[in-house]
Design a protein around this ligand. Sequence first.
Ligand SMILES: Cc1cc2nc3c(=O)[nH]c(=O)nc-3n(C[C@H](O)[C@H](O)[C@H](O)COP(=O)(O)O)c2cc1C
Ligand code: SF4
Length: 367
Amino acid sequence: MSQSPLFSPVNLGSKKIKNRFVRSATHDFMAEEDGSISSRQLELYRNLAQGGIGLIITGHAYVLPSGKASPRQIAIHHDRFIPGLRKLTSVVHENEAKIFLQLSHAGRQTKEKICGCQPLAPSPVYEPVYQVMPREMSQGEIEEVIQAFVAAARRAKEADFDGVQLHCAHGYLLSSFLSPYTNRRQDQWGGSLENRTRIILEILRGIRKKVGEDFPVIAKLNSSDYLPQGFEIEEAIKVAQMLEQEGLAAIEVSGGSAESGKGSMWPGLRPEEEQGYFVPAASLIKKKVKIPIIGLGGLRSFRIMEKIIVEGQVDMVSMSRPFIREPDLIARFERGEASTSKCISCNKCFNPRGIICAEAKKEENNL
Ligand SMILES: Cc1cc2nc3c(=O)[nH]c(=O)nc-3n(C[C@H](O)[C@H](O)[C@H](O)COP(=O)(O)O)c2cc1C
Ligand code: SF4
């Protein structure tokens, strides 16, 4: 299968990615207690890079302590994390893959005992899953968050990451600014779509100014948050255009939010033709921008991934759960040893002591 267009290179800004396969951001619950990189993570990322993936995106890293979403999450809010992160980029680069750091702030999708304060949000809209009434951010706090994303991107560059991804999806802070359901502000940060996008545009401008033009910044963007009067594809297309204008290098199209009950990881294995559940939305965005678009959502079959690339629906394909089960999936695709992932999308890999594929474990125990 090595002759497939899936194995042709593509540029994300200044960075050449050797093939079209992306490991979508995956929080692994493996960082040290303080958020620094652990030896387990070095092993995990070494395996991913050896497995043939072109671009690896890390799990979401919190840019401020108030934006921490989960225990054992990667931290990027202080320069002291740079040496550990540099070890992470080095194990990936030794194996000829590229790595982007995903930058995030949890917003209202966290708890006080994790983030150390009343969770922050554009507006005080109760979050029923986390059972949190967030605090409306002041102008000063919004500026602090913008500066924190910019400083985090500068640290990522110093740690030799090839680029960063802004997490603008899944109901976290930046996505909650975009959504009219969670952003009810009347000031310059709310109301019109331009105002709701302003925080992301300011972050992008700040990063460009700080780290220069040749450090790619990409975004993971919701196509829908599935909330009443929430953020939908028509607005996502316009946001994509605004971000492209500000120099964004690519967009990975996702969807979901905790509160809607419809997240990004749809359960259950789908027939081939129904794989890539965010790809139709991604291809609508692709028609309106020139930058590369990354398609995602339950992709498992090589044939389907090849089809959506050949048909020009998207430029790259990303997966998360299949690489928990088989970090070497792409190398096996390339050698013709596999035509689909063994992942059955059962979502049993969430483990607060570190992600692990429950199905693979079961198989091992039965041997
Ligand atoms: C264990 C786990 C952790 C995840 N962590 C993140 C994350 O940190 N950031 C993010 O944007 N998406 C995260 N996701 C969502 C995935 O990136 C991806 O969008 C989703 O799982 C759909 O792709 P898949 O069907 O290939 O798994 C996570 C998914 C899983 C299974
Ligand atoms: S537990 Fe294994 S098979 Fe189930 S979704 Fe996670 S990686 Fe896939």
